[in-house]
Design a binder for this molecule. Structure first.
Ligand code: ZN
Length: 203
């Protein structure tokens, strides 16, 4: 199983980190050991002093495919949830400055908590999904998939030009504005509309 992630897929988030708005999806990946399921806690790692939360909608691939045509892309994912792309921003900034890959800043153990899966039939229009995250009860990130630079179908098509998509692969589709640091003791909660799908306590 592979985990793909998309960077800078909401304009307001690209701007808040002073990054250019991309012309093609910025794709990176995390290893499977990054996953955290069933609302288990996130353990703040020793190597960073600036871990940020990034709430994202996550797609689950349900069909094997390569070179997937845009008109069939919607058939390749059938469940969605929310996930957090935890990022060691201090490490990422050092890596970016050297032009190095982001793996150490984004792919470390526990850096990808995911919530409860919902069938796509229950979602309605995938290009108009409200989602949000609270930190200690206060809203910190609010997004809607209508603001995606590259929508879900485009991502499926694009990624499948390079990689065979396999059943169970996950795609973190990018974070809206409002990313920020977490500290030990924080409680993060992710909502799709009004429905809570994810909780993550920082320990
Ligand atoms: Zn992200």
């Amino acid at each position: 199983m592979k985990i793909f992630c998309i960077g800078r897929n909401y304009i307001e988030h690209a701007k808040e980190l002073s990054n250019p708005v991309p012309k093609k999806p910025l794709v990176f990946s995390k290893p499977q050991t990054a996953l955290v399921r069933e609302n288990r806690p996130f353990f703040y790692p020793d190597f960073s002093k600036d871990i940020h939360h990034e709430i994202e909608i996550v797609l689950k691939v349900c069909k094997l495919g390569k070179y997937i045509a845009p008109k069939f892309a919607h058939k390749y994912y059938n469940e969605i949830t929310l996930g957090i792309d935890f990022t060691a921003r201090d490490i990422q900034n050092q890596l970016k400055a050297k032009g190095h890959p982001w793996l150490l800043a984004k792919g470390f153990d526990g850096s990808a908590p995911i919530g409860k899966w919902l069938p796509i039939e229950d979602i309605g229009d995938v290009n108009n999904i409200d989602f949000s995250m609270t930190k200690n009860g206060e809203a910190v990130q609010i997004g809607n998939t209508k603001d995606l630079i590259f929508d879900f179908d485009y991502l499926i098509t694009y990624i499948s030009q390079f990689f065979t998509l396999q059943i169970g692969d996950l795609i973190f589709t990018g974070t809206p504005a409002g990313v920020g640091p977490v500290v030990i003791g924080d409680k993060l909660e992710g909502f799709l509309g009004d429905q809570k799908l994810l909780e993550c306590n920082i320990k």
